[in-house]
Design a binder for this molecule. Structure first.
Ligand SMILES: Cc1ncc(COP(=O)(O)O)c(C=O)c1O
Length: 370
């Protein structure tokens, strides 16, 4: 059975390094904070060019970011309607109102025109998700944000390591938001062996406030200036992430090669040899973007028919996401204008394995025979 994300293959590849750091941490008696966390934050900061503050998860990172930006009950925040729930959930959790923006059906990213249409007097900011590993259209989002004095939170949970060319310069994911965040959930492009996350800022005051909020609102010990929370990455996860970070760029190259193999296969072979109901369209890559390919996503003309063939070929798949956020039961009271493209994506999108330890040639040959 081919795994959707081959974490066992990855562990086998880095076993010696991982076991060394795991033993070091367990023998050190230092499990929370300490040198592993400090060194990881330094390395994340060197990688992105921004200060990095680790925390307990990507969801915590979003919540901490919103608390840092002083989100108040009743404030509106624009989020994509087609993504994981965490951005909308963290807004609603703090009493804010998520406003659901439609997406571009080619790139599957938040649509700036839809964002513009949702701006009201109550809007405080935008959470833009780098969906499936590809940076959101930040230039246009920033124009809207500047025009209406809004902040942007970049949700790069799926995109640590991605880049986008802006004004001729390569810019890394996690540097586009006033605050950017990522997740280290195990199946993410940079994942640990439990929960974990990080925030990225270039403003020292924001960094101090984030650190305080993540530490019960206290800048040091037992000095609680504001209400905060307990959100921290443990030393074991930090050690594991340091090993994986050192291999990340090499892995991202392989993910990219895997995605190109799929593109060539589906566009040049599959679509030319299968009937109209089995036609597929890969998520379009904006030419400015280098994607982490958190997953390889297609839009299938008839998803049920495509799934039947995947099952026949024993190829694993995931459906991200089966419903728009505004149609999730927890948001039904919000009654907002529908997002037709997001709705279509929930009916057509299907994702295939693409990680650096996935044998995409094997998957393709299974599909050829199906
Ligand atoms: C876009 C997005 N944002 C936020 C999160 C939340 O991250 P975590 O699971 O680490 O809380 C995820 C996780 O899947 C995600 O995909």
């Amino acid at each position: 059975m081919i795994p959707f994300v081959n974490l066992v293959g990855q562990r086998d590849a880095y076993r010696q390094e991982l076991e060394k750091v795991e033993k070091e941490v367990l023998d050190s008696g230092c499990f929370i904070g300490g040198p592993q966390v400090k060194n990881l934050e330094k390395e994340l900061s060197d990688y992105t060019g921004r200060s990095a503050i680790t925390c307990g998860s990507g969801t915590d990172a979003l919540t901490i970011a919103l608390m840092t930006l002083d989100l108040r009950p009743g404030d509106e925040v624009i989020v994509p309607d087609f993504t994981f729930i965490a951005p909308a959930e963290s807004v609603a959790f703090l009493g804010g109102i998520p406003k659901f923006a439609d997406i571009d059906l080619k790139t599957l990213q938040i649509d700036p025109a839809s964002v513009q249409g949702l701006v009201s007097e109550k809007t405080r900011g935008i959470i833009a998700v780098d969906l499936f590993g590809q940076c959101a259209p930040f230039e246009k989002l920033r124009e809207i944000a500047q025009k209406h004095s809004l902040w942007i939170i970049e949700d790069a949970a799926q995109a640590f390591g991605a880049t986008r060319v802006v004004a001729g310069q390569i810019q890394k994911a996690c540097t586009f938001g006033d605050i950017s965040i990522t997740s280290f959930y195990p199946t993410k492009p940079l994942g640990c062996y439990g929960d974990g996350g990080a925030l990225f800022v270039s403003d020292y005051q924001l960094e101090e406030k984030i650190r305080m909020i993540a530490n019960h609102g206290s800048p040091g010990h037992y000095d609680h200036q504001i209400l905060g929370m307990n959100s921290r990455l443990d030393a074991l996860q930090a050690g594991i992430l340091r090993v994986k970070l050192s291999h990340l760029d090499a892995e991202l190259k392989i993910r990219e090669e895997n995605a190109r193999k799929y593109d060539r296969f589906f566009l040049d072979v599959w679509n030319n040899t299968r009937g109209s109901d089995l036609q597929v369209t890969p998520q379009a890559l904006d030419s400015r973007n280098f994607s982490t390919y958190a997953q390889y996503t297609l839009l299938a003309q008839n998803r049920e028919a495509f799934i039947a063939l995947l099952k026949q070929a024993d190829v694993p798949f995931c459906i991200h996401y089966p419903e728009t956020l505004q149609n999730q039961p927890c948001f039904r009271g919000l009654q907002q204008a529908p997002s037709p493209n997001a709705k279509k994506a929930t009916q057509m999108a299907i994702s295939l394995p693409v990680c650096a330890f996935t044998d995409v040639d094997q998957i393709i040959s299974r599909l050829v025979r199906a």
